[in-house]
Ligand binder design. Sequence first.
Ligand code: FAS
Ligand code: PHB
Length: 392
Amino acid sequence: MRTQVGIVGAGPAGLFLSLLLQRAGIDCVVLESHRRDYIETRVRAGVLEQGTVDLMDDLGAGERLHREGMLDPRLDIRYKGGVIHIDLPALTPGKIVTIYGQQEVVKDLIAARLGRGGSILFEAEATHITGLDGSRPTIHFKHNGQNQTLECDIVAGCDGFHGICRGSIPEHLLTVYDRVYPFGWFGILAEAKPFPEMTYSSHERGFSLASRRSPTLSRLYVQCGAEDDPADWPDRRIWDELQARLYDATGAELHEGKILQRGVIPLRAFVAAPMRHGRMFLAGDAAHIVPPTGAKGLNLAAADIRVLSRALIEFFRTGAMDRLDRYSDTCLKRVWKVTRYSNYMTSLLHRFESSTPFDQSVQQAELDYVAGSLAGQTTIAENYVGLPFEED
Ligand code: FAS
Ligand code: PHB
């Protein structure tokens, strides 16, 4: 097989890219190792920045998002000093976020891609890539029990943190920045009336977060041990911890219900640079991971693709490689700002066993400062709704 752009991975990064290239008349093939139903039901992120919503609209894939997504104008932070109400439109004029599950985004993008005659090969696992130092790299993959190849002009490594593309870059050419946090999140999706506001909570028992997916579906998280197993968290423990960590949330706020999905999410901040090797360009989790405290992973993947698609369209239209040559530096500027914010929110809201009384006092003072400072609240608000895009 041959194409202009071989895209490894049908997560948000790969799907956004495939639709933008298809619209520009650039031939691309998407290889996805899992089945369609598996990736369409994988519960992950939930908060979309306006830039990501705009991208869905720009691609004509935003109709259900506007019908079923929930506009979220506020963010609450609970801590022992009280509740900090962060009013997004007041602090970042006119900006808000939309709550819409990542699996719904993936469903809409797959439907748009296939509906427009684009190809996605499901259960097609890329095993390795050859020819990256030349101008005709080849992606080797397994599909229908056959070893197959996809020759391309460009490889887009959109295969997530555990994919093979980043590993195709010779180690001595890659610089990796890594921080593994000493805890994880235990997340549940429950058939229960959600908490009234997006609520982060910093509590001596640990962090918790109350989010939602619909007026009848709650998405809830509690800080847990990095090595915890879901079996360590029976339903009663989950609800008791949520109730305690959300400062004795009342029955009018925290509704229990049937838990439909549960899982432990490790927390990590990871950046690989450069996000390019020869004719291969990394985007999304293949290049960087941010702790979900900032609600940024999916949005950062979309931001990478915004830059990469523009560079690829210029390349295929004019042969110019300037934008492609600037791709990694352009993306990494945003990646590091988003990593900074996600690390800040993680450090601000979680309990660290290694914390000294000094550390705990500084953390408390930071929350007290934000509670009393419009500047402090504006800093959180402008990062949460999404930083402006710098023209690349
Ligand atoms: P993805 O990982 O979404 O997609 C990569 C795709 O490549 C996958 O479909 C995978 O099957 C495929 N693939 C991998 N190797 C392949 C190969 N060799 N051949 C072919 N295909 C291959 N972010 C938030 O903002 N909030 C959250 O609450 C949140 N929760 C998360 C929970 C979990 C368990 C995980 C893993 C991530 C979570 N994230 C969250 C981050 C997440 O949303 C990512 O940022 C987002 O999925 C990034 O999108 P992609 O870069 O497209 O990578
Ligand atoms: C979610 O709704 O899944 C969510 C919300 C905010 C976060 C992380 C995840 O910071």
